[in-house]
Design a protein around this ligand. Structure first.
Ligand code: UGA
Length: 429
């Protein structure tokens, strides 16, 4: 099938590459020519394991091409995905101006039956808005239909998630469009759920918000554990064994970050407000999330007495492993807290240092994780990159100033750290 994907960010680029790899003829559209040049050279402009290989393959076999022109791409294809960013505005409402602008450009070029697919995460009602923009441009209702098709891929495992979705959600009341969209995804042999457009739009926000609430719940339990002698990891295992609860997204730590959960929790809260419902559960989940890192840092501060003049090592900066994304990363809160309280920060991340340097040029970045330990008064594990697990704690104890390990993601066990001579602190025990 001939498909355009407008927007080559995380969602757009992975969608375009995977659909091309499944055998469709895909045009990736972006106004940023330098991004497209990289893509056509088989180099992903974002860090995502496995993406370069798929880009090289699909560019070489001609299934993936690129264009800076939405009009050109729309004219050549029968399905147009809108996959542009919807960042939060100052009050937390998602900014859908890019979606509206793309819809207008698509509308101006529609000259044959076209399915316009909203893949961007957009507030409920945006599908109607996109439809209205296209109608207002004078396009006959028989020539187009707007489908909501939210994306559930995670950064770091985006290719796997796209190839192995738990479900494909299609929001449409047009049976013909639903059939056509099922053809797009047919090679995946995935379960397809066809629902109304508003339901599809809500499924995305509800899923992300529910997962964020789940993490905040276990983080709240971690606080109780710290006070009563329980161990949150044991509690989490015991809860997760109940199939109704499930073990995923039940790992206590420094809290959730990234470009999705914080934005979508705020976005759904705002949608509730707009529609006259006060979503207190989400407000509480957000509050627990904000307190979680602060509480951990307060424990570090009280252990050291004062952070003034101390050197603190940070292991990990990305909002989670296997990505260079630092949007709403807990590392940023930690750096700000440490700096405000007079500490010097030495940090390492396998891939997120260039991005962090742009926001925090004042801290010290080291090329090797082991160098974070040299002379440090304490080391905080912020992001649980697998390679940190292989660090030789016994050897590192010899170079550290004070052998104080604050493990924000429970990467190590107390036994591992203490047997290597470290004083060990972690979440929820
Ligand atoms: C999330 C959703 O998981 C995807 O389904 C969705 O498509 C995506 O948002 C999106 O809307 O685009 P992502 O933000 O890439 O994906 O990352 P997650 O793996 O969900 O992790 C989010 C945050 O939760 C991270 O900061 C992670 O460290 C934290 N987390 C996750 C925990 O603290 N505990 C857990 O048990 C799981």
């Amino acid at each position: 099938m001939k498909i355009s994907v407008v927007g080559t960010g995380y969602v757009g680029l992975v969608t375009a590459a995977v659909l091309a790899d499944l055998g469709h003829q895909v045009i990736g559209v972006d106004h940023d020519k330098s991004k497209l040049d990289k893509i056509t050279a088989g180099i992903s402009p974002i860090y995502e394991p496995g993406l370069d290989e798929i880009l090289s393959r699909t560019i070489a076999n001609g299934n993936l091409t690129t264009s800076t022109s939405i009009a050109e791409a729309t004219k050549q294809t029968e399905v147009v995905f809108i996959a542009v960013g919807t960042p939060p505005m100052a009050d937390g409402t998602p900014d859908i101006r890019a979606v509206k602008a793309v819809a207008a450009s698509v509308a101006a070029a529609i000259d044959k039956p076209t399915i316009v697919v909203n893949k961007s995460t957009v507030p409920v009602g945006t599908g109607d808005l996109v439809e209205q923009i296209i109608l207002d441009a004078g396009v006959s209702p028989e020539l187009f239909t707007v489908v909501s098709n939210p994306e559930f891929l995670r950064e770091g495992t985006a290719i796997y998630d796209t190839l192995n979705p738990d479900r494909i959600v299609l929001g449409t009341s047009d049976p013909g469009a639903a059939e056509k969209m099922k053809e797009v995804y047919e090679p995946l042999k995935a379960e397809v759920l066809v629902v109304s457009r508003p339901s599809a739009e809500l499924i995305k926000y509800a899923s992300n918000s529910f997962l964020a609430v789940k993490i905040s719940f276990i983080n709240a339990i971690s606080r109780i554990c710290e006070k009563c002698g329980g161990d949150v990891e044991e509690v989490s295992v015991g809860m997760g064994m109940d199939k109704r609860i499930g073990s995923q997204f039940l790992k206590a730590g420094l809290g959730w970050g990234g470009s999705c959960f914080p934005k979508d929790v705020q976005g759904l809260t705002k949608t509730g407000e707009r529609l006259g419902y006060r979503f207190d559960l989400l407000t509480a989940a957000d509050q627990i999330n904000n307190e979680q890192t602060l509480h951990f840092l307060t424990r570090l501060q009280s252990r050291l007495g004062s952070l003034q003049g101390r050197t603190i090592g940070l292991l990990g900066l990305a909002f989670k492993p296997n990505t260079d994304d630092i949007r709403d990363a807990k590392s940023l809160e930690i750096i700000e807290f440490l700096r405000t309280n007079g500490a010097t920060v030495v940090a390492h991340d396998p891939v997120a240092m260039p991005n962090t340097r742009q926001v925090h040029p004042e801290i010290c970045y080291v090329d090797k994780p082991a160098d974070v330990f040299s002379g440090a008064d304490a080391v905080i594990l912020v992001t649980e990159w697998a390679e940190f697990k292989n660090l030789d704690l016994a050897t590192l104890k010899k170079v550290v100033g004070t052998a104080l390990l604050f493990d924000g993601r429970r990467l190590w066990t107390r036994e591992e750290a203490e047997s290597a001579g470290w004083e060990y602190y972690t979440v929820g025990v």
